[in-house]
Design a binder for this molecule. Structure first.
Ligand code: MLT
Length: 399
């Protein structure tokens, strides 16, 4: 008899954003006349930039000619893109080697897939609230998960508890969902904790492009000692509008290694290469060409202009919260605004209220963990007009 992975019984019925989409679609079907504004899932709305589109077109033409056609590419990414990413890190003060960079279809997949490298009996430490992929993928594998509180008291930036041992630690900065960002001193404390505990930090930097405060680190590898205990995940989804185009990268230092039970050592870079070459056939050539354009001077300027637009939206939302006296976090160094649900409401109830009364979709904090029960997340990724309209509607809830 086929036996199934019964760890799936320990998951919620659906993935957070699928559940939201289901509820919103149902509402839309029942109220076809209503204009819904979506500030829920962090999905971009601006089109891909000119230089990205131009490179995509060129790459399509290459595929139409037998002389330039490409079949299977290197599973870990073409050199032209790995080198472009390496140079990007260099410009941000971090030195990497190209073969420490693995091109992928995004940070979501890789933060989940990386669990392949770790034994099931590791203890996983995640902040609460947290991006649900870290929790759900480890639940699928049957790992023990422990939580650390991110609350207003620590500005939603959980710090290590020296009395707690963890083997695998997930950190995301700037944070999804709270928008909070660690400074260098705080990340150094995490790196020191990981080294002391012989543990690994899985660092999600998908929102680094939103950092405006130049003193904040954009990469965990800006922290001394991080190459001994960290893997970093990043993505072009938010940096350059690739949510539908799919391209990200994972950095696995070549020095990163842990002891095996027989007293030997395993290098994670080699393990990840083995995993990717076996289970993944690489990101399409066309997409990688478009992605490489992001790292050119022109492409970077275009990406910055996009991010500036989203930042403006974040400010519109934050200003509204200020005006209404609603306590919030994020909105600076982040596209997310994380606020306490007004009227003392539970976040799924507030979600329903927003949808039913003003047709604005957000994300209930409960979907990110217990500490999010009374919080709510709005994204800055819609356009300016919709963001202004959404905030005007939001104000009516307080009349
Ligand atoms: C979110 O809304 O949290 C993001 O879209 C998640 C993601 O990038 O997968």
């Amino acid at each position: 008899m086929t036996r199934l992975n019964e760890n799936y019984l320990n998951l919620k019925e659906s993935y957070l954003f699928s559940e939201i989409a289901k509820r919103v679609n149902k509402f839309a079907e029942e109220h076809p006349d209503k204009d819904i504004i979506r500030l829920g899932i962090g999905d971009v709305t601006l089109p891909l930039s000119k230089s990205v589109i131009s490179e995509l077109h060129k790459a399509v033409d290459e595929m139409a000619d037998a002389k330039t056609f490409k079949g299977y590419g290197p599973e870990q990414g073409y050199d032209f893109l790995r080198n472009a990413i390496k140079d990007y890190y260099h410009r941000n003060g971090v030195e990497l080697e190209a073969d420490e960079i693995f091109v992928s279809d995004g940070a979501k997949s890789d933060t989940g897939n990386i669990t392949d490298l770790f034994a099931v009996d590791n203890t996983v430490l995640v902040p609460d609230p947290v991006y649900p992929v870290y929790v759900d993928t480890n639940t699928m594998n049957g790992r023990n998960i422990i939580y650390m509180n991110s609350t207003p008291e620590n500005n939603f930036l959980a710090m290590p508890d020296e009395s707690v041992h963890a083997d695998i630690i997930y950190l995301c900065s700037p944070n999804n969902p709270t928008g909070a960002a660690y400074n260098k001193e705080q990340l150094k404390i995490w790196v020191d904790y990981a080294k002391k505990n012989n543990s690994i930090i899985l660092f999600d930097s998908a929102y680094e492009c939103f950092i405006t405060d130049e003193s904040l680190p954009r990469s965990i590898f800006a922290i001394e000692g991080a190459k001994d205990c960290c893997i970093e995940f990043c993505s072009l989804s938010k940096t350059a509008g690739f949510t539908g185009t799919r391209c990200g990268y994972t950095v696995v230092p070549k020095t990163l290694r842990f002891k095996t039970t027989d007293g030997g050592e395993l290098y994670l870079n080699k393990m990840w290469l083995r995993r990717q070459t076996t289970k993944f056939n690489g990101v399409p050539y066309i997409i990688q060409r478009g992605a490489a354009a992001v790292f050119t001077v022109e492409g970077m300027n275009e990406a910055k202009a996009m991010i500036a637009t989203y930042r403006e939206n974040a400010k519109i939302i934050a200003d509204t919260m200020d005006e209404l006296g609603v306590k919030y976090f994020g909105g600076v160094n982040s596209p997310y605004i994380w606020f306490e649900c007004p009227f003392g409401m539970y976040s799924w109830d507030f979600f329903d209220k927003m949808l039913n009364e003003i047709q604005v979709v957000g994300t209930p904090g409960a979907g990110f963990g217990r500490n999010g029960d009374n919080y709510f997340r709005l994204t800055a990724f819609n356009n300016k007009e919709n963001t202004i309209n959404a905030m005007n509607r939001f104000k009516t809830l307080f009349e």
